[in-house]
Design a protein around this ligand. Structure first.
Ligand SMILES: *[C@@H]1O[C@H](CO)[C@@H](O)[C@H](O)[C@H]1NC(C)=O
Ligand SMILES: *[C@@H]1O[C@H](CO)[C@@H](O)[C@H](O)[C@H]1NC(C)=O
Ligand SMILES: *[C@@H]1O[C@H](CO)[C@@H](O)[C@H](O)[C@H]1NC(C)=O
Ligand SMILES: *[C@@H]1O[C@H](CO)[C@@H](O)[C@H](O)[C@H]1NC(C)=O
Length: 290
């Protein structure tokens, strides 16, 4: 009954509320998906992915985001051993990338909320649509990297999760760690990809969005190992997939790399997020190299 209830209640919210993207000038479809039009209020990147064929969900092709690369020279820069920052918001208008940032707040919806933001009776927060009841229950988000400059050459196996940020999305500003050993990219850059699988609180969808990126300040000659699918290992860390892991591809019509049934430890339907339920440690993933 829990899944039915959350489905019915937040299914509606899903249609009427924005969701969340990680905004940065290096992202695809920053200007929206109308050729030649700079949409300051776009939310094309925000739409979640649910029950779609891989031809549609992969790299957010369902609304052609993957056909609108960033402007030449705009990269998500990843300083080896350092950090990088993106902005969570439901609409570009609520980030510093539109209107000189005048509609931003500390939160992804441009409004003010208490530090301990939550709804009564462990209800779900729907504005911003964070798909969570509170900060500690936020599922975690990631960036993955593929050492190709050509979006069409990215595969699940050459796209490895390199950083995890627990308890996000939450506030607008989000800062991720970069492994010190991440090697430099080819001259035209790498492809980085944002991912999130919310822990319930709405349609059990996933988020996948591409960026052009560059690793800076790296002298590493290491190679990222081929990425393996993560596996459900809640409560038994010894059974987790170790080392270089793929992003979570879940609840789609095809192309899934994890299928779940039953219940997780907290009694909710299993939700394979970027956290220890799948063996993702917080922070830089320093164990992904050959
Ligand atoms: C987005 O719009 C801005 C302003 O018109 C423009 O400078 C930039 O090149 C556009 N980006 C892309 C990828 O078309
Ligand atoms: C949140 O913090 C405020 C101020 O400390 C407090 O008054 C309020 O009861 C807290 N709310 C919850 C839901 O914990
Ligand atoms: C956060 O939400 C979870 C799930 O609803 C609940 O179990 C937990 O008590 C909440 N934590 C706080 C600090 O309110
Ligand atoms: C990588 O760098 C280390 C330390 O500089 C060096 O010992 C090693 O031979 C290098 N490996 C390759 C494959 O170039």
């Amino acid at each position: 009954m829990i899944p039915l209830l959350t489905f019915a209640f937040l299914g509606l919210a899903g249609l009427t509320q924005a969701h969340i993207a990680a905004w940065h000038k290096g992202m695809y479809c920053l200007n929206g998906t109308i050729p030649g039009f700079d949409n300051q209020n776009t939310n094309d990147a925000v739409n979640p992915l649910f029950n779609l064929p891989k031809s549609q969900w992969w790299m957010h092709h369902n609304n052609k985001c993957d056909e609108f690369p960033p402007a030449p020279g705009d990269f998500l820069e990843l300083p080896a051993g350092g950090t990088f920052t993106v902005e969570f918001a439901g609409n570009r208008g609520q980030t510093t990338l539109s209107f000189d940032g005048k509609f931003t707040s500390e939160w992804p919806d441009g409004h003010d909320h208490p530090e301990n933001f939550s709804m009564p009776h462990n209800g779900c927060i729907t504005s911003p649509n964070l798909h969570t009841t509170n900060q500690s229950d936020a599922a975690g988000t990631v960036f993955a990297i593929s050492y190709t400059s050509d979006l069409a050459e990215v595969t699940p196996e050459n796209l490895a999760v390199f950083t995890v940020l627990y308890h996000t999305p939450w506030k607008r500003i989000a800062t991720y760690e970069v492994p010190a050993d991440l090697p430099p990219c080819p001259p035209d850059g790498c492809i980085a990809v944002f991912g999130w699988v919310p822990n319930g609180c709405g349609i059990p969808n996933m988020y996948m969005h591409p960026y052009r990126s560059k690793v800076t300040g790296s002298k590493s000659n290491k190679t990222v190992a081929p990425a393996k699918p993560p596996t459900w290992c809640e409560g038994t860390p010894s059974t987790c997939t170790k080392g270089s892991k793929q992003m979570v591809f879940w609840n789609q019509a095809d192309g899934n790399n994890i299928v779940t049934s039953g219940w997780q430890a907290d009694g909710a339907p299993k939700s394979p997020g970027y956290n220890m339920k799948l063996g993702f440690q917080n922070g830089a993933q320093n164990d992904i190299f050959l």
